[in-house]
Write a protein that binds this ligand. Structure first.
Ligand code: MSP
Length: 526
């Protein structure tokens, strides 16, 4: 039977600056859930990429004395390297300047043109280049000089009143269909708070959307009017289709099995594009709509949103140097409730690292491996053949259900907490059973075997559940238990059933997985 597909996107990031902690956050979240779903037997696609067109990128290139294409090419390594460093296993990386993406965009808008959803008109109104967004005057704010500024980024907005003719998409026709869709698909916009925001926005009425520009040329020409290039959002959203083979003959059939996707992961700043414009575009094209748009919160430092333009903050690689990639991923996923804004700090990162990774998980592995080496000559002892009490098994037995339910809701903190519970219980089990005392009494050899087997088996199971968060260390633990690669696991439910660690397997002690960190001399976070 073919595997069930599971497809996810990150935003297609603007290339005006390199990825920072905020953009890395969305990408790590998407990768974490994808890694889990691969282990859960799904055929996973993870689409990410670079949003290269539009005025903002053209302006940034000019500021650097470069042509736009040259600037975009120069930024590609920054994105690819950041995702490699963070261990992101994407299946497609779409650059919106690639010819294959132009095919998607032109095919899509031609369809909407043919269906009568587009018309030409003059746009008069306000535009924020930084947000690449049109605003109604009633939504704008004023700065100290009395000038209109963007309500989101507070930069001055531009008046577009040059008599420029644009192509418009009849978005206003979709007000009721969208409201009906939200009503009949309660999981389309998550979390709930974002849904309320979108419903109230759409209820106030929708204006038609200008989807082309003719005063500059940095974009994809519309096939029915080549003097116009697609508005950057009318281009970038379609990268989600390009990333799974839309209009690509060499990927025959892929689009049909992957669309509609399970999740678009986005920050709350771009929820309206994904929950209003995007589904309306798809409805007009006669395509189904992704199951869920999940709008997560912002990472805050000292109460402020981290952003690449403000430059407040470190780059992912600065933190990876201190904590390592696994701890980086684990911290952001476990400590910030996905969906809500979350303050991050170096102090807290050190705390989570030391408590949950060094003391609980890493220490458990070190202690148990060391004892196995000492008492059993570095070999996994026999599993318990008696009816000894084993408090770890019931916890392990219910872990799949808890963890899977949390991952299905993309409640990463919940999933991480469920694994921590087993690791903490295993540490307590060592205190309770005192294997170091059992080892001194030859009559207690059987009991010692049982205890040590239970601990090693708990470690194997924890490694599996930790893998989506912390892939390197889990792989390392698997290796130290004399097992194959976690990457080959395709049925985590079956793989975590109790009692599969083979007796006699040689184990390796190795270095501490998470050496304790000193709080002094850490870099500043913002
Ligand atoms: N190019 C558009 C997206 C087009 S998708 C078809 C864009 N790009 S962006 O580079 O500005 O990325 C925005 C995304 O980065 C946010 O939606 C969010 O996912 C992430 N974040 C940026 N700053 C963030 C925080 N401070 N905290 C959390 N996520 C943040 O918008």
């Amino acid at each position: 039977m073919p595997k069930e597909t599971y497809s996810v996107t990150t935003p297609i990031y603007y290339v005006n600056a390199a990825p920072h902690l905020g953009t890395a956050y969305t990408t790590v979240a998407a990768d974490t859930v994808c890694r889990y779903q691969r282990m859960n037997g799904k055929d996973v696609a993870l689409v990410t990429g670079m949003d290269e067109h539009g005025q903002k990128v053209a302006d940034t290139a000019a500021d650097h004395g470069m042509q736009p294409q040259e600037w975009c090419d120069s930024m590609e390594p920054a994105f690819r390297n950041a995702w490699e460093e963070l261990d992101i296993k994407y299946t497609d990386f779409v650059r919106t300047t690639e010819p294959r993406h132009a095919v998607t965009v032109q095919d899509f808008w031609q369809k909407l043109y043919d269906k009568g959803y587009l018309y030409k008109g003059a746009y008069e109104g306000w535009y924020c280049v930084h947000e690449e967004t049109y605003y109604a005057e009633s939504d704008l704010e004023k700065n100290e000089d009395g000038k209109f500024v963007c309500p989101d980024c507070k930069r001055e907005v531009q008046l577009m009143a040059s008599g420029e003719e644009n192509w418009f998409f009849k978005l206003s026709e979709f007000q009721q269909p969208l409201l009906d869709y939200y009503e009949s698909h309660p999981d389309f916009i998550r979390p709930e708070s974002r849904k309320n925001e979108v419903v109230s926005f759409v209820s106030r009425g929708l204006k038609d959307l200008s989807i082309s520009r003719s005063t500059f040329s940095w974009g994809i020409p519309l096939p029915f009017d080549e003097g116009h290039v697609a508005y950057v959002w009318a281009d970038a959203l379609l990268a989600y289709l390009t990333g799974i083979g839309y209009a690509d003959e060499s990927r025959e059939g892929e689009f049909d099995i992957r669309w509609p996707m399970q999740y678009h992961f986005v920050g709350k700043d771009i929820i309206r594009f994904h929950c209003v414009i995007w589904p309306a575009m798809l409805m007009a094209a006669g395509l189904p709509i992704a199951y869920t748009v999940f709008g997560h919160g912002f990472l805050l430092t000292k109460g402020e949103k981290m952003s690449k333009s403000k430059g407040n903050g470190l780059m992912p690689s600065d933190l990876i140097k201190v904590f390592g990639v696994d701890a980086y991923r684990y911290y952001f996923m476990s400590d910030v409730q996905f969906g809500a804004d979350g303050s991050i700090s170096m102090e807290r990162m050190v705390q989570v690292y030391n408590n949950e990774l060094a003391n609980t998980w890493g220490n458990l592995v070190s202690r148990v491996m060391n004892m196995t080496k000492k008492y059993f000559d570095g070999k996994v002892p026999n599993a318990c053949a008696h009816s000894c009490e084993n408090p770890l098994k019931p916890l392990a037995d219910e872990l799949y259900q808890k963890y899977d339910a949390a991952m299905e809701r993309v409640d990463f903190s919940g999933a991480a907490a469920a694994v921590q519970e087993l690791a903490a219980r295993a540490n307590r089990y060592i205190e309770e059973t005192e294997p170091f005392k059992l080892a001194k009494d030859p009559e207690k050899q059987d009991e010692l075997e049982c205890v040590m087997y239970n601990l090693l088996e708990a470690i194997r199971i924890i490694a599996l559940y930790m893998a989506p968060f912390a892939p390197h260390t889990s792989e390392e633990v698997y290796k130290r238990l004399g097992l194959g690669s976690i990457q080959d696991v395709e049925d985590i439910k079956a793989a975590t059933e109790w009692g599969q660690l083979p007796a006699g397997n040689p184990i390796e002690v190795g270095d501490p997985l998470f050496p304790r960190l000193d709080v002094d001399n850490l870099p500043e976070l913002g």
